[in-house]
Design a protein around this ligand. Structure first.
Ligand code: GLN
Length: 547
């Protein structure tokens, strides 16, 4: 049986529970342990698929088509293991199966209650992850201790320890230690209150991780240790890090993995740590000598978390090229009125990301046109690829009014459309192409040389497709369909060989990028952006010389 680590949070949301859990996962993996992770989310949506990314952040898609919380992206990027739909559970999904069981009569006439029926279902979801091939399951509980919705989850993980045995469970609690400038002090009271709240639900934390903007002194650690009843070495200082990829090393230096393994009675001497690979990554992250400006033209630009995996994938590609990314967030609705050709031409590269609904579409189409005409490196992702196709149709293939039927059902040129077998869209949830699909790349294409492969697999999350009826017309206009589904029916990749970098994909490559294994398509964009920047700089110098 695996051992289980439960990570809860107190005091405030957004303390970085997901990153702490992921960093711990990475350290344990570097000790040769086999690790998986999961997130229990107390909200009532059955999954985050229907949630507005502008409010909740991106929906992360797993290989098996699960639409999950964005923290799973951190998990995959840190522990470098593919997760699945079972790696994320919400109150909504728990209740829907409890209610389905009740309707089927599975509870044999009993009154169905939060304890034991809901808590049993939660425990069953966690236990489902256990397997012969795993040593450790890390379970992050979303939300903050003290929230109304979190109570059944805390109760379930409390019971879990008696179910599986003391030494098989470790409770890690993350809190905030604020610094009060007027008194020049770090305060432990919020941590004390948060631990009291957790204890009132029957859980005594084994480890307390304290987020703060300055290191927690040994004296303060002793104070927290005394007041919260954990050994001083189990009080871990988690200081704000310049890059999230530095957190595992910081947690290692604080001894987080060692304390957790002690609690779980795993002999640390049997599992020496191997950190060279991660340290060399951090070394690269700390030595970025250049900056490239990448514009993201989207509709949720007020909440960069809506594009979290794209942001990270761009950073990963930057690590490879020693370049930090300066993100320029461009509201698609303001292109070209506020952000026209002159503005976009100052960027080194552009990403048009995925999205749903009509808002901002014309701006994205305008941006694709500017990028094509100004030779600005452009990567179009899912919806981004679709607008590149629409733009080519309108500007170069003589298809006036070309559009996706998502935005204009009656367009005279539906270059992006539902496939015949998807024509009924009354059940929007049921018609998406979700999860990993293979694609065949044309040899000699830009994408084939970037991937260095002929068959690739990428994750999808969309309803509309490139309309093959227009394929030859668009190809005559210079658009190359460089990758398609194995049966040849669906276009998966497009490009323009005559351009600095003009690549679109119907998939979401950002989900598979890893900090030490950047995704080829983002690498291609970065390489193009670096070339553009290098080409621009001497010109600026010349101008200086003239003045
Ligand atoms: N709205 C488009 C579709 O459903 C694109 C979706 C996306 O970008 N993920 O096909």
């Amino acid at each position: 049986m695996s051992k289980f680590i439960f990570v809860t949070g107190g005091v405030s949301s957004s303390l970085g529970k997901g990153l702490t859990a992921s960093s711990l996962g990475r350290l344990l993996k570097q000790r040769g342990l086999r690790v998986t992770m999961c997130k229990l989310d107390p909200y009532i949506n059955v999954d985050p698929g229907t949630m507005n990314p502008g409010e909740h952040g991106e929906v992360f898609v797993t290989d098996d088509g699960g639409e999950t919380d964005l923290d799973l992206g951190h998990y995959e990027r840190f522990i470098d293991e593919s997760l699945n739909r079972n790696s994320n559970t919400t109150t909504g999904s728990i209740y829907s199966s409890v209610i389905a069981k009740e309707r089927r009569g599975d509870y044999l006439g009993k009154t169905v209650q939060v304890i034991p029926h809901v808590t049993d279902e939660i425990k069953e979801r966690v236990r489902r992850l256990d397997s012969e091939d795993l040593d450790i399951v890390i379970v992050e509980i979303g939300g903050t201790v003290g929230d109304i919705e979190i109570v059944p989850f805390v109760e379930a993980i409390r019971q879990f320890r008696s179910d599986v045995g003391r030494d098989n469970v470790c409770y890690v609690h993350l809190t905030l230690v604020p610094y009060l400038a007027p008194s020049g002090e770090q305060k432990t009271k919020p941590t004390q209150h948060s631990v009291t709240e957790l204890r009132s639900r029957g859980i005594q934390p084994d480890v307390i991780v304290c987020r703060s903007d300055q290191p927690i002194s040994d004296g303060l650690k002793r104070k927290i240790s005394l007041l919260c009843d954990v050994p001083a070495q189990a009080v871990i200082s988690a200081v704000d890090a310049p890059s999230i990829y530095e957190i595992p090393i910081a947690m290692y230096e604080e001894g987080l993995d060692k304390v957790v393994l002690d609690i779980l009675r795993i002999d640390i001497d049997d599992h020496p740590i191997e950190l060279n690979q991660w340290e060399s990554l951090v070394d690269r992250v700390e030595r970025l000598s250049e900056t490239v400006r990448i514009g993201i033209i989207g509709k949720y630009v007020n909440l960069p978390d809506a594009y979290l995996s794209i942001v990270e994938a761009l950073r990963h590609a930057g690590f490879e090229h020693q370049a930090a990314i300066e993100f320029v967030w461009v509201d698609a609705e303001l292109v070209p009125s506020e952000y026209g050709a002159e503005f976009l031409a100052k960027l080194d590269g552009i990403v048009i990301p995925g999205g749903f609904g009509e808002r901002g579409i014309e701006g994205m189409i305008a941006a694709a046109k500017i990028a094509r005409e100004e030779d600005i490196p452009l990567l179009g992702i899912c919806l981004g690829m679709q607008v590149m196709v629409v733009e080519t149709g309108r500007s170069l293939a003589g298809l006036e009014g070309a559009n996706s039927t998502e935005f204009d059902r009656l367009t005279s040129h539906p270059v992006i459309d539902l496939m015949a077998d998807q024509a009924d869209v009354s059940d929007l949830g049921g018609t998406m192409r979700l999860g990993a699909y293979p694609a065949m790349l044309s040899s000699g294409s830009v994408v084939a040389s970037l991937y260095d492969a002929e068959v690739v697999s990428e994750r999808h999350r969309h309803r509309y497709e490139f309309n093959s009826r227009y394929r030859s017309k668009l190809e005559e206009a210079g658009l190359v369909c460089s990758g398609s589904s194995p049966d040849g029916r669906l276009v998966e990749f497009i490009e323009r060989p005559d351009h600095a970098y003009f690549v679109g994909t119907q998939a979401h490559p950002e989900f598979k990028s890893r900090p030490d294994r950047p995704h080829p398509l983002f690498q291609g964009l970065l390489a193009g952006a670096m070339r553009r920047k290098a080409g621009r700089e001497p010109r600026l110098l010349d101008l200086d010389a003239v003045h």
